[in-house]
Design a protein around this ligand. Structure first.
Ligand code: 5RP
Length: 221
């Protein structure tokens, strides 16, 4: 079993009968969702809110009942991946482009459980370019303002076309090199007109499930 699968499947054990669950996006939480599908078929009763269209499709395929925020304001638990996890358990997320919905779902959850392989652990965030979601209108102006916060932003593209998020926005991948002050960087970016959300998840993760060749370990806040 690979490290992502180990972490992803282990995290499914946090889910118990009757829970409302935020379903993250990415190749690690993929395994959590597959396992939750098996648990639902074995009788577990849960209701999920997906963080992306991709996850919504997977959840439907494996038979997890889905709800929306019209029905609940708070979730018991969210399980999601990360691109970097610092020693303080702060995160960079959004490598898969789902950061806005991931942030909304995590913020509506009593607990955020993160699943990752050991390569995601860092002492200080910032080696992974920080994804920042921006509205397409005047994105060039927004990108210049974002650069003034101390990074080199690049608009994400796929096959030569701009990547468009599930919310119709662009993603700027922002090379900071190092982010020793994630809360301050997040606040500075959020103040800019045109910035919708950043991939900095500060003080949100309760537990990180790390998979490696030697097994699974848990980091707790
Ligand atoms: C998507 C994300 C993912 O959770 C993050 O990119 C980690 O993905 P993976 O588990 O595939 O490495 O933030 O927007």
């Amino acid at each position: 079993m690979n490290a992502k699968q180990l972490a992803g499947e282990k995290a499914a054990k946090f889910v118990t009968d009757g829970m409302t669950v935020g379903l993250g996006t990415g190749s690690t939480v993929y395994y959590t969702i597959q396992r939750l599908g098996e648990m639902v078929r074995e009788g577990l009763r849960i209701r999920g809110i997906p963080t992306s269209r991709r996850t919504e499709q997977q959840a439907r395929e494996v038979g997890i009942p889905l709800i929306s925020f019209a029905e609940v304001s708070e979730l018991d638990l969210t399980i999601d991946g990360a691109d970097e996890v610092s020693s303080e358990l702060d995160l960079i997320k959004g490598g898969g482009g789902a950061l806005l919905r991931e942030k909304l779902v995590a913020a509506a959850s009593r607990r955020l459980i993160v699943v990752a392989d050991s390569s995601k652990r860092v002492a200080t965030l910032g080696r992974f370019p920080l994804p920042v979601e921006v509205v397409p209108f005047a994105w060039e102006v927004t990108a210049r303002r974002v650069a003034d916060v101390g990074c080199v932003p690049t608009r994400r593209s796929v096959d030569g076309e701009p990547f468009v998020s599930d919310n119709g926005n662009y993603i700027l991948d922002c090379a900071f090199g190092s982010i020793p002050d994630p809360a301050d960087r997040h606040r500075a970016l959020k103040l800019l007109p045109g910035v919708v959300e950043t991939g900095l998840f500060v003080g949100m993760a309760e537990t990180v499930v790390i998979g490696s060749e030697s097994g699974v370990s848990l980091l707790r806040r």
